[in-house]
Write a protein that binds this ligand. Structure first.
Ligand code: PGA
Length: 923
């Protein structure tokens, strides 16, 4: 529901028919696979537990009986029923996704420009709005969007099952093609049955925690399987549209999209990611990139058989031929040459000669990284020229081929596979995605403390900010080294130092930004700069502070102003700065409304400040998938930013389940990068006007009231943490093996020590979803009391930021359910805390009323019929899972010996899986 396919127009009856079809196949499979009539019984049991879609039909008497049934389920039945419900919810997702993809495709093939946020749609709109073609061209060719895939632990589903789902979707799509032969139809039908029964027979629980390397492999497979080919396809569409509306083609090799990664680089609170892991992941990404380019160049070699060429190309080919004849054979190529690799190319075929050399070198590059991954050092006769190190080394000969083909009139040939490879090179480089490193600010301070103590100049940790800055700048300007190679230190400090040393040794172009989480002061940034210098890094990473707590966000402009006024720093950044904004921690800190307004203001001020200092600012948005963690459909997220804050440059995280939702299939991946491109272009060229001062004042008040209310409960109520732990599965989330990192930054402590993900995850499961709305009702009420009702309505109508904020809260409220939240409260919360739970449920109801009165809707998301339908078709399956989950938590927490039964944990995990699938969000 939060995705690139938002504009699909699904034919509901057809969708319902497909969902029924899939569920029927599942039923048949269960009957067949579960021995001795058990399957029949299971289907019967499930049907008895399905809940009516409309809550009004769930009368108290009905619910009483229903709850009785759930409470009396044996563990075995609860497990089997949960599995069935969860599979049904999954199949509904697959059908929905397939229909959306199809409808987006249909819209694309209809009258041009019908599909919202397609290239055609936005270029047309821009021209109609009077934007000069030259301005569009300039904005587009200066656009730079980087999508950073992270390993945040929110993807509940195993990769095996995601793949099976894709196959089910593919078969459903195949069957929708009316002109299929009956044999093909039969094949698709077989595929459907095979994959559905295969899923049923697969364990949906991850039994082991993934290692960071495995997480990285997941990211690489998305890049390799879905984005590698999609990117050049998209660039062709963008190029065509650009030409149509501006009369110019995109510059050769230009790609507006790039990919970054945190998988294997993000060590913030995750000791499993260490310097060795980061190194392995970097080598691994180079190995995959070399394998992919090897195949592309090989295919090009086959294709570019032309004999007409420019003198430049002929000369380059001649030199390549000479090198080939004189060079000693490389061991890795010997066998390959025996099979005819690269041999026997007629002298006239200059392109092929050049490409043959490139292909061989790419093979050696691949072998080089294979050896490094296997722990082998390069052989003694290793020559650095044997392999590729930088993208430019590959790009130059390809450009030579391109220019030559254009000169001899082979324009279509040049703009075929060759331009695709050039674009792949520009987008993916020789690393597929550059790896960011993220580390918490205090870890760097600890290192500096160890150094200053060793040198006998005091304790860095005890110095104030001014003293720290003076020391750091002095050392940054000094030519003398500061850190002795054998500094005596503890393992934590050693690991940070090892990471800096490893980063200095990695091949060029491997790493992206160095992100500092919990960044508070200028010294946090200077500290990283100093440690990079001390490690002898010749190509230091750009350093991006991550401001994520409300106070830090408020102080961010001051922090940056101080930095911009330090000469050393100004010279170092050379006119460009990246700043990361943390959506979920700020939201956890003060609630959604306060967080979003603080982020809005911070972006405005940081943009102005950077302009004043002549610094090109790139804001890096650390958004999660769910609304409570800053998630929003791409176009809304971009449109609601303050005008001028994007200005063609955008970096954004793609986390956990969002990676599959946005890039899990080539068709969706295409649409995702298209929407990123067009929404950014539109926001850059037609930015929303700034809000009036009066609206700002109202927002300040809303934010202040809402933040106070949120904090007064979450932090101020001494019982709140106990209530949270009791009413949600937070404690049990540690059973989930969904990520390599621990759930908390520190082992002990209250809400502060908990990361934003489990905080929201736990409340999402119980359908209270409190973090996404707490404080909103009071803020709106206070504004009403001050006589701002009409202003609020006007803001909702005319200010994209405010409209998006309210719409997203409304969307969350649709997924919340007071009755279900009440069940968790009744069953799991100690009696003395239940009144707090009731108060929270009362606040949820109050929030619904205040949002409805603001939006003038009679029901939540009144105009979003599609979302209503999607939710309705899930409720009958989704809600029973909640009741089962609450019951299982009760059993797990009881003092009874039965609580040790491992089956209970399995039921819990399956219910969490099913709910995440049904709500289309983990947390
Ligand atoms: P973080 O991210 O805990 O890694 O900072 C939080 C989130 O994405 O919700």
């Amino acid at each position: 529901m939060l995705g690139p396919l938002d504009f699909g127009i699904v034919e509901k009856d057809e969708l319902d028919r497909d969902i029924d079809k899939l569920r029927n196949i599942l039923q048949d499979s269960i009957k067949e696979l579960e021995k001795s009539g058990d399957g029949e019984q299971l289907i019967k049991d499930v049907k008895e537990l399905l809940l009516a879609e409309t809550p009004s039909e769930r009368t108290p008497e009905f619910m009483e009986k229903f709850i009785e049934k759930v409470s009396s389920l044996s563990n075995e039945s609860a497990l089997r029923i949960s599995r069935t419900l969860s599979h049904c919810l999954n199949l509904a997702n697959v059908a929905e996704q397939t229909h959306l993809i199809r409808s987006v495709k249909n819209l694309e093939s209809e009258e041009e420009g019908v599909l919202k946020f397609s290239c055609e749609d936005i270029f047309k709109q821009l021209i109609e709005a009077g934007v000069e073609p030259d301005r569009i061209y300039k904005a587009l060719t200066e656009q730079s969007i980087e999508l950073v895939l992270t390993a945040h632990p929110t993807q509940m589903m195993r990769r095996t099952l995601i793949t099976k789902n894709n196959h089910i979707g593919e078969a459903l799509e195949g069957l929708s093609n009316k002109s299929q032969s009956s044999r093909d139809r039969k094949d698709w039908e077989d595929q459907l049955r095979r994959e559905i029964s295969g899923s049923w027979l697969t364990d949906e629980i991850r039994r082991n925690k993934p290692t960071p390397l495995e997480e990285a492999q997941g990211g690489f497979s998305i890049l390799e399987q879905n984005l590698w080919r999609t990117l050049p396809k998209f660039m062709k569409v963008l190029d065509r549209t650009c030409f149509k509306y501006t009369g110019k083609n995109l510059p050769l090799g230009f790609t507006n999209i790039k990919f970054g990664s945190w998988m294997g680089g993000d060590r913030d609170g995750n000791d499993n990611v260490n310097s060795k892991v980061t190194k392995q992941v970097s080598y691994f990404s180079r190995w995959i990139a070399a394998s992919l380019f090897y195949k592309e160049i090989d295919a090009l070699l086959f294709e570019l058989s032309m004999v007409r060429m420019t003198p430049e190309l002929a000369e380059a080919a001649l030199k390549a031929q000479e090198r080939r004849n004189t060079n000693r054979p490389k061991p890795v190529l010997t066998l390959y040459k025996e099979f005819g690799g690269g041999s026997g190319i007629p002298e006239r075929e200059g392109y092929r000669i050049l490409l043959a050399e490139m292909r061989d070198k790419m093979l050696l590059t691949k072998k080089h990284y294979e050896d490094l991954i296997g722990g082998q050092t390069p052989p003694p006769d290793h020559d650095d020229d044997d392999i590729y190190h930088t993208a430019k080394q590959v790009l130059d000969p390809l450009l030579l081929c391109y220019d030559s083909l254009i000169s001899v009139g082979a324009i279509d040939v040049a703009n075929g596979r060759l331009i695709d490879v050039i674009r792949q090179l520009n987008c993916f480089g020789l690393t597929l995605s550059k790896l960011d490193i993220r580390q918490e600010s205090t870890r760097h301070s600890e290192v500096l403390d160890a150094i200053t103590n060793y040198l006998g100049i005091g304790s860095y940790l005890s110095w104030n900010e001014k003293e720290r800055q003076e020391f750091l700048i002095r050392e940054l300007e000094s030519k003398r080294p500061l850190v002795p190679k054998d500094l005596p230190c503890n393992a934590r400090v050693q690991e940070v130092l090892d990471t800096f040393r490893m980063a200095a040794e990695l091949p060029a172009e491997s790493l992206g930004a160095y992100v500092i989480s919990m960044c508070q002061n200028p010294s946090d940034i200077l500290a990283v700069e100093l440690l990079q210098k001390e490690s002898g890094n010749k190509f230091p990473q750009r350093v991006a502070p991550l401001f994520e707590m409300i106070d830090d966000l408020e102080r961010a402009p001051q922090t940056m102003e101080q930095l911009y006024s330090i000469k050393w720093y100004k010279d170092r950044i050379n006119g460009s700065q990246e700043i990361m904004l943390g959506y979920s921690d700020s939201s956890k800190d003060s609630g959604r409304l306060t967080s979003s307004w603080s982020l809005y203001k911070a972006q405005e001020i940081l943009t102005k400040l950077s302009d004043k200092h002549g610094v090109k600012l790139t804001l890096f948005h650390g958004r999660g998938g769910t609304i409570g963690r800053g998630g929003a459909p791409t176009y809304l997220a971009i449109q609601s930013q303050p005008g001028g804050s994007i200005n063609g440059r955008l970096r954004v995280t793609e986390q956990g389940e969002m990676i599959t939702a946005h890039y899990g299939q080539p068709g969706v991946a295409f649409r995702s990068i298209e929407v990123y491109t067009t929404a950014t272009l539109q926001q850059t060229l037609l930015p929303p006007p700034p809000p009036s001062d009066h609206w700002r004042e109202i927002m300040d008040e809303l934010s202040s009231v809402s933040g106070k209310k949120y904090r007064s409960i979450v932090r101020g109520n001494e019982n709140f943490v106990r209530y949270f732990r009791a009413s949600t599965p937070e404690r049990e989330l540690s059973h989930l093996n969904i990520g390599s990192r621990p759930q908390k930054r520190n082992v002990s402590g209250g809400i502060e020590s908990l990361r934003a993900i489990p905080w929201i995850f736990a409340f999402t499961q119980t359908r209270l979803i409190l973090p996404a709305w707490l404080g909103v009702a009071e803020a709106l009420e206070a504004a009403k009391e001050k006589g701002y009702t009409n202003d609020l309505k006007e803001m909702y109508k005319s200010w994209p930021y405010f409209q998006t904020t309210i719409d997203l809260i409304e969307m969350v409220l649709m997924k919340a359910d007071p009755l279900i939240a009440a069940r968790y409260n009744d069953l799991l919360v100690p009696f003395e805390l239940q009144s707090l739970g009731k108060e929270m449920i009362g606040l949820l109801n109050k929030t619904v009323s205040s949002i409805l009165s603001l939006t003038n809707h009679s029901t939540l998301q009144q105009d979003n019929k599609l979302l209503q339908h999607f939710i309705a078709i899930r409720r009958s399956y989704l809600d029973p899972l909640n009741y089962i989950q609450a019951e299982v938590l009760r059993r797990l927490r009881s003092n009874h010996v039965e609580a040790q039964n491992p089956i209970l944990v399995d039921i819990l995990i399956i219910s969490i899986n099913g709910l995440a699938a049904g709500l289309r969000n983990t947390g």
